[in-house]
Design a protein around this ligand. Sequence first.
Ligand SMILES: Cc1cc2nc3c(=O)[nH]c(=O)nc-3n(C[C@H](O)[C@H](O)[C@H](O)COP(=O)(O)OP(=O)(O)OC[C@H]3O[C@@H](n4cnc5c(N)ncnc54)[C@H](O)[C@@H]3O)c2cc1C
Length: 465
Amino acid sequence: YRTVIVGAGLSGYSAAARLLERGVNDILVLEAENRIGGRVHTVPFHNGRIDMGAQWVHGQQNNIIYEMVGAHFPFGDSAWENAADMFLLSDGTARNQTQIAQLAHLAEGIMAVVYDPSYTGSFGSFFEYHYWNALNNEPYRAIPRSLATKVQHFYHTYTNNFFGSKSWFDISIEIYANAGYTLGSQWVTWRDSGFSTVFEFLSKRRPFPQQALDVESKILVNKEVTNINWDGAVITLRCADNSQYLADYVIFTGSLGVLKHRHNTLFTPTLPARKTSAIQYSDYGSLEKIFLEFSAPFWDQSYNFAEFSILWTERDIAELTGTSREWLIHIGYFRRIDAFPTLLGVFFIGARIPDFNAFDQNKIINDCHWLLSRAYTPNVPRPINAIRSNWITLRNFMGAYSLFTPTSAYYGATPSRLAEPVNGSNGRPRIFFAGEHTSQLFSGYANGAVETGYRAAAEVLSAVV
Ligand SMILES: Cc1cc2nc3c(=O)[nH]c(=O)nc-3n(C[C@H](O)[C@H](O)[C@H](O)COP(=O)(O)OP(=O)(O)OC[C@H]3O[C@@H](n4cnc5c(N)ncnc54)[C@H](O)[C@@H]3O)c2cc1C
């Protein structure tokens, strides 16, 4: 039986590795890009490598990547858990840092219990309800409401940065309450090696070279699959270069963004209604990254802070709104990058992403420099370089990662439903689905993607028997 895997990101690569490990050699991986890795995209930078996609291993226990790699690789840690706060007012004025710390403590406490399974609303409504209730009581009553609003704005941006959402009202508590959780540091780094190092472990080249699986030999790049005709005696996959491949089983790992935009033309016959409604009612977030490079760090090296967190003043928000600098309001922080002392990392989210993608490097540098000079100190040097991602414009990704909204919960559009195989008219499964969006426990995450690849490989193995 021949299995064709569409996509050589983490999930497709993991599925291929697992099938090879179980002695299934008649497999082929078709990858549309000219490289392996998908949303793991590590690029050279100076003497090391930085990540335009997945960057951190989130958690040490219950994270399949950490559990596979941790004992054999000198991971770093962004150490957010132990870092000091560095809140900056966007206009550079120093507000009451004690009160900011109190509010941050309150917010972090609410974020820690936000996954309450008895609650069915959005992340945002849960947060705002508990936050403003607490502010009516001691020890918060004396804190000015305008400061509380700024801190809430920061946590809203922070949350959007994490989920790739435009608004925290778009995040379903119900679905995330049913997700898995990991223990240990949530910000483990690959230091200057980059996330793509994970492929050496998935293929077992490290740490067991004698057991290495030759996954690469099964992968064809520059092979965009444009149609999967799946209900005949054999499945026919057609590619953009007009080549065709035959299969008994297909594992489809393209992103939810790709499915949303193209499931109608990708599959013949079209997918069953249960699947298409899950694709329609789940959401797909966008998130872009910027790395700003400075000739030397301008911040105090001895102070253990992880990021400059920006508290936007109402006045600055009003003044920037409608100007070409409005996008800056959706920047929550400038983060230090483990192993790269001259870099600051910025995540950018929000409805203005299409604008952002049109910005050239000079504009990004100028605007970020303007904000840092205003909020931190006028002596901030101009960044010498900016490296940025463009996930939303890339045809084979169409954004960052899956997102499940209160509407998704209402329509039952869950990762589990996205994971269900599709059966042919003979009642036997033909297409299996993997990819981060199909991970009930860790949708959105790299570790979730790996798990779904292994799961889909197991599904193929049990279908073959
Ligand atoms: C900016 C950003 C930051 C992130 N940060 C983190 C992080 O810090 N930690 C973390 O755990 N996760 C992070 N993630 C998420 C993580 O990168 C993903 O969950 C994971 O890499 C997804 O793997 P996948 O195999 O599901 O999908 P993909 O990596 O998208 O792989 C699917 C592959 O299919 C290919 N493909 C698509 N359509 C076709 C077609 N028609 N024909 C052939 N091939 C096709 C694509 O080119 C791609 O290579 C981040 C993601 C982004 C975008």
